[in-house]
Design a protein around this ligand. Sequence first.
Ligand code: 4NP
Length: 154
Amino acid sequence: MNPTRILMVCLGNICRSPMAEGIMQHKIDKYQLNATVESKGTAPYHIGDTPDHRGIQTLEQYDIDISRHHGQQFSVEDFDAYDLIYAMDESNLNTILALSRNKNDREKVKLILEESFPGQNKIVFDPYYGNMADFEDTYIVLNEACEILAQKLV
Ligand code: 4NP
């Protein structure tokens, strides 16, 4: 069977989505899931940049290394390259949906916290202007959502 190709998307691809990618990759490895995961941002500001050091530091505590990731921007071709596209907030979601070409594209896209809080439209708050506690909160909500997603893929 082909692996399930997962894409995590935020705005800058330096805080939330690289953290989501690292957390999900850790679960793919831990549970030996037939899945791949990558991350991108809807904005071009941080193409080529490594993740925010606060996110790197937060995940180090959980033995997850995201320091080698480099920022990439989401584009329409990604609808063909991925099976599941997870947005961190409704702004990312709307930007992705605006690029969609058809119903099949749109069915791939949802908010990541739909996994842990279905039907509640909850978002992963952007920790970029926050502090280390905000990055820890980002880890907690992403870990919970990724664990539920991982269990669906076992
Ligand atoms: P992210 O956070 O979308 O979680 O990567 C942000 C990072 C950078 C910017 C905005 C959000 N920025 O405006 O540069």
